[in-house]
Write a new protein. Sequence first.
Length: 362
Amino acid sequence: MRPARALIDLQALRHNYQLAREASGARALAVIKADAYGHGAVRCAQALQRDADGFAVACIEEALQLREAGIGGPILLLEGFFEADELPLIEQHELWCVVHSPWQLDAIERSAVRRPLTVWLKMDSGMHRVGLHPTAYQAAYQRLLASGRVANITLMSHFARADELDCPRSEEQLAMFQHASQGIAAPVSVRNSPAVLGWPQLELKEQPSDWVRPGIMLYGATPFDQAQAMAARLQPVMTLESKIISVRELPAGEPVGYGARFVSERPTRVGVVAMGYADGYPRHAPTGTPVAVDGQLTWLIGRVSMDMLTVDLTDLPHTGLGSRVELWGKQVLASDVAQQADTIPYQLFCNLKRVPLLYLGG
Ligand SMILES: *Cc1c(COP(=O)(O)O)cnc(C)c1O
């Protein structure tokens, strides 16, 4: 059997969830959209079900998959409904629903729902992607109240630059949000992972009834590209691993792999690993990207191919055929691999495919 696989540490997932709660003092919706960032939404939801105040997904398809697997409790649709005819299903499955656009307000007013909905009313406080304009926010809130179709409303917005720790934009967005929602007494939700971890100084004292929306931090990866104290307490959940399936001894001056992107500068022992871009390992990871072989750090050499990649074993004489290789996990952080490959850990996790997921600590 091909040795490539991803181990998912559910104990670490629960630890990270508790950290989100502790760091914020608020309720936490575990964001498990996109198949829990590649970690398997159903298994992650099951592992968190006892602790979690609720879950958030991108769309009704993802929510129904969770309900079919027996996941109860709140599930928020982060973009609400895409078409008005989703509303009966939202009602039937008791899903929570973001409202970010005027057409969604119209649809709710016109709908025939009998059980009142739980709505998260989203303001565009400066990200300029989705959300109601600040000047239209109070009126939208009043329309929802008057519609008779809505029982609970949470006030929501989203940060564009919370991962930049020295950038004033999050404070500006928060000020806009607070100004435009002034006088409305309702629970609030603005923080994503970087804001939970990195912005305790924001002029927002979450009440126990408010909500945070941790995503990437649940999976143990830092959203920051620099060291950060709270992020250092996260535990990586996914370990992407495989084995050395072939070893080559090359003299100096020999090329390795497609395009001869690496040429040995010294006599080099090359290990071939059963892992490639078809598994989601980034093809753009350059020579020098860290990997661990039998617990010892070394680096990628040459181009990543579809099913295999090559690593330098020259300085690791006790490694060889069958040695275990960690591509990312507790020793090699996904965020470090991402930085080398000019991407973010979010994308590394979401791109995972073909490798079987093995769950530990369920
Ligand atoms: C995905 C998402 C989150 C989670 O973001 P992280 O950076 O992964 O914590 C929070 N809120 C909204 C609206 C999202 O779409």
